[in-house]
Design a protein around this ligand. Structure first.
Ligand SMILES: [Ca+2]
Ligand SMILES: [Ca+2]
Length: 194
């Protein structure tokens, strides 16, 4: 039996200020948008213990918007996202999308950069890939997916997760290995309604 998901925020577009909203990637961004703030400096390692630094993955806001044809999800982080991660560094910005209000979500979307490569977008529904687009610019990572690709819902619940892993001497070296994760919203998932 799943856990009933509570709704964090249902907002109208006016609550997403012009300074914090990403530039829409199409002219169809006329739908309802929602956004919620996330605390600064709340990164953890995979044990849940606080870690400092890694501002490039410290989420300050998570948002979503439904347009006539697409959903767009984004995070705004505390420092500019590098366009390419070094060979020892990995960045990830991902979104779990839930349609029925019970965990876990049905879709996983995101963009990742590692091994000195540019960011690549990826989406999945279970084991099946789905097509998504992604951009990282300044402090915003945005993922865009066609409504039809996720069953054309009128509402979705979204939870964002970011990660930075730095292992210049390999993951087995505890002296230089760094990892940082953030989840946003921290408690109740964000709801985005068409
Ligand atoms: Ca944060
Ligand atoms: Ca958080």
């Amino acid at each position: 039996m799943g856990v009933r998901r509570q709704v964090a925020t249902v907002l109208i577009a006016a609550l997403v200020s012009a300074c914090s909203s990403p530039t829409p990637s199409s002219s169809s961004a006329t739908g309802v948008a929602a956004a919620v703030a996330d605390a600064a400096n709340d990164l953890t390692d995979h044990y849940g213990s606080p870690v400092a630094g890694s501002e490039t993955v410290d989420v300050l806001e998570v948002g979503g918007r439904a347009t006539a044809t697409h959903f767009e999800f984004w995070v705004t982080v505390a420092a500019d996202i590098p366009p390419v991660s070094g060979s020892a560094e990995h960045h990830g910005y991902s979104f779990e999308i839930d349609l029925d209000g019970e965990v876990p979500g049905e879709y996983f979307l995101g963009t990742w950069s590692d091994s000195g490569a540019p960011f690549r977008a990826s989406g999945a529904h279970g084991n099946d890939p789905i097509s998504v687009e992604a951009t990282t610019e300044g402090r915003v990572a945005l993922v865009r997916v066609a409504r039809d690709a996720i069953g054309n819902p009128d509402r979705v619940f979204v939870s964002a997760r970011t990660e930075r892993i730095f292992s210049p001497d390999g993951p087995g070296d505890p002296l230089t290995y760094e990892e940082a994760f953030d989840v946003a919203p921290d408690t109740e998932w964000l709801q985005v309604i068409r």
